[in-house]
Write a protein that binds this ligand. Structure first.
Ligand code: EPU
Length: 425
C-alpha cells in the first residue's frame, strides 16, 4: 500500500478516535477463557484486529462482526491447540494464545509470535507460566507448553515490566487453582481494560491500576459484553499531526485522562489540549514548536509508542531535543526515513538515544514505513511538508490506524491511499 501526502494545509474539524488496538487484542484473546459468548464493542477496524480474528478462527473460534466491524461476538467452544505459523507471525498478539489456551485446554504449541520487528522475546511469559506449574520447552521456533492437571496460583514478581507477559499471566491466573499475586505488573490502561472485561466474565481480580494484581482463580468464566477504551496512541498521533500541520481539531471518543501522562510534555512542545467533555478533547497549537526532551519508560512514563511521532514533531522544533528510549531500545529505524526528508537526527544505538537538531522545515521525499508507529511518524512529518511525500509499505500503518487517510482528509489534509491490501505480512 502507498500513501501520497501533499502537506502544508492546516487541519480543522473533528476526528472520531477508534477503540484501542492494544486493548482490543487482549480482550479478543480472553474469549478463549470461556465457552460462552463474549461481545466486544468499540473495536477498531484495523489489520491487526482482522489478522488476530483470522488466527482465532483458524483454531476454531466463531466470530461474528457487525456491519461496520466495530463490534463482534466471539464464541470459543472446541479449539485446536495447533496454530498456523504463518498466521501467528502476522501479529504480536498471537503471544496471548499462550496463557488462555494453556489455562482452558492444558496444552499449546505456539509458533514464535510476529508483529513489529521490535520485541520478539517471550522469556517473561514463559517464566510466569512456569511458576504456575506449566512445563514449557522451546523446540526451534515453537513454544511447546502443557500442564498435567490445572495451572496453580503463584506469587510472581516480574523482573521487568512487560505488557504482554502481565496480560498472559492474568489470563492464565483467572482459571488457575488458588490465588495468584503478581507484582511489578505493567500499568498501562489497556491492562486495566482487560481486567474489567475479565471481571465482567466473573473473574475475581483485585486491581486498582497500580503494579500489584491479585487474582483468585475460578473454575469457569461466563460470557459478557465489554466496551474497548478509546485509543490514546491514535489520539496522541492526531494531536501531533495538528501541531505539525497547524490548526485546531476536536477528538471524540477519547477520555482526556487517558492522555494525562503526556500532557506536560505536549504543552512544553507547543500542543494545547483542552477537555471538552468526558470523552472529547480539543487540540490546538501554542506559537512555536519547542525542543523538548523525552524519557521513554513503562507506564505512567512517556509511552514508547508515541516516541517516533514525538520525534517527527521535534524535527522542526526550535532547538535541540533528546529522546531516551528505555522500552524498545531499537525503536529508531524510522529516523533513517526522516533523514531522507531532511531531518537532523543522530542515533546512539548503544545508549538508546536520539539527538534531534530542529530545522525550520523538512522536504518532500519517498520514504518507507518499516513499522506501525514509525510509519505513522512519517505521515505526521509529511503533513508539514509542501509538495508530495510518498510513503511505501503503508500497510504497516494500517495495522493500527483505522482509515487514517480519511480521518485526516476530512480535516483538510490531502492524503491519498493507493494499492489497498488486506494483509500486512
Ligand atoms: N520483554 C522481555 N521479555 C519478554 C517480553 C518482553 O525482555 O518476555 C521486554 C521487551 O523486549 C521490551 C520490554 O520488555 O524491551 C517491554 O515489552 P512488552 O512485553 O511490554 O511489549 P509487548 O507486550 O510485546 C505491547 C504493545 C506494543 C507496545 C508495548 C509497550 C501490543 C500488541 N503491543 O507489546 O505496541 O510498544 O506493549 O511496552 O499490545 C504498538 O502498538 O505499536 C506496539 C508495538
Amino acid at each position: 500500500m502507498i500513501l501520497r501526502i501533499f502537506g502544508g494545509f492546516p487541519l480543522s474539524g473533528k476526528i472520531a478516535i477508534s477503540g484501542a488496538k492494544n486493548a482490543s487484542l487482549p480482550v479478543m484473546a480472553a474469549s478463549i477463557l470461556t465457552d460462552k459468548e463474549l461481545r466486544i464493542t468499540n473495536l477498531p477496524d484495523i489489520l491487526d484486529v482482522k489478522n488476530f480474528a483470522y488466527l482465532l478462527e483458524s483454531i476454531g473460534a466463531q466470530i461474528c462482526f457487525d456491519q461496520f466491524r466495530t463490534s463482534a461476538t466471539l464464541t470459543c467452544k472446541n479449539l485446536t491447540q495447533k496454530i498456523d505459523p504463518v498466521l501467528a507471525k502476522t501479529t504480536r498478539a498471537s503471544m496471548w494464545l499462550l496463557g488462555p489456551l494453556l489455562a482452558r485446554f492444558g496444552k499449546i504449541r505456539l509458533p514464535m509470535p510476529g508483529g513489529c520487528n521490535l520485541n520478539r522475546r517471550m522469556d517473561l511469559h514463559i517464566s510466569v507460566l512456569s511458576s504456575m506449574g506449566a512445563t514449557i520447552n522451546l523446540e526451534g521456533d515453537l513454544i511447546n507448553a502443557s500442564i498435567t492437571n490445572k495451572l496453580i496460583g503463584t506469587k510472581f514478581t516480574f523482573p521487568k515490566c512487560s505488557v504482554g507477559a502481565t496480560i498472559n499471566a492474568i489470563m492464565a491466573a483467572v482459571l488457575a487453582k488458588g490465588n495468584t499475586l503478581l507484582e511489578n505488573c505493567a500499568q498501562e490502561p489497556e491492562v486495566t481494560n482487560l481486567c474489567l472485561a475479565l471481571q465482567k466474565m466473573g473473574a475475581q481480580i483485585s486491581h486498582s491500576g497500580n503494579s500489584t494484581i491479585e487474582i483468585q482463580g475460578s473454575s469457569s468464566l461466563n460470557g459478557a459484553v465489554h466496551e474497548i477504551i478509546g485509543d490514546r496512541l491514535e489520539a496522541a498521533t492526531y494531536a501531533i499531526a495538528v501541531r505539525i500541520a497547524g490548526g485546531e481539531v476536536t477528538l471524540s471518543n477519547i477520555d482526556h485522562d487517558l492522555l494525562s501522562n503526556v500532557f506536560d510534555t505536549f504543552i512544553r512542545a507547543g500542543i494545547k489540549i483542552d477537555k471538552i467533555s468526558h470523552n472529547s478533547i480539543k487540540i490546538s497549537c501554542f506559537e512555536d514548536i519547542k525542543a523538548t526532551d523525552i524519557y521513554v519508560a513503562p507506564h505512567p512514563a512517556f509511552p514508547t509508542d508515541i516516541q517516533p511521532l514525538f520525534a517527527s514533531l521535534m524535527c522542526t522544533a526550535k532547538g535541540t531535543s533528546k529522546i531516551t528510549e528505555n522500552v524498545h531500545p531499537g525503536r529508531f529505524l524510522y529516523t533513517n526515513e526522516l533523514r531522507k526528508m531532511g531531518a537532523n537526527i543522530v542515533v546512539d544505538k548503544c545508549k538508546g538515544t536520539a539527538i534531534i537538531a530542529g530545522t525550520p522545515k523538512l522536504t518532500k521525499a519517498t520514504v518507507e514505513a518499516h513499522d506501525l508507529r514509525g510509519g505513522a511518524a512519517l505521515v505526521t512529518a509529511a503533513l508539514g511538508i509542501k509538495g508530495e511525500t510518498i510513503i511505501t509499505n503503508a500497510q504497516k500503518i494500517y495495522r493500527g490506524y483505522q482509515e487514517i487517510e480519511k480521518k485526516l482528509s476530512q480535516c483538510g489534509a490531502k492524503v491519498y491511499l493507493e494499492q489497498v491490501s488486506n494483509t500486512c505480512y
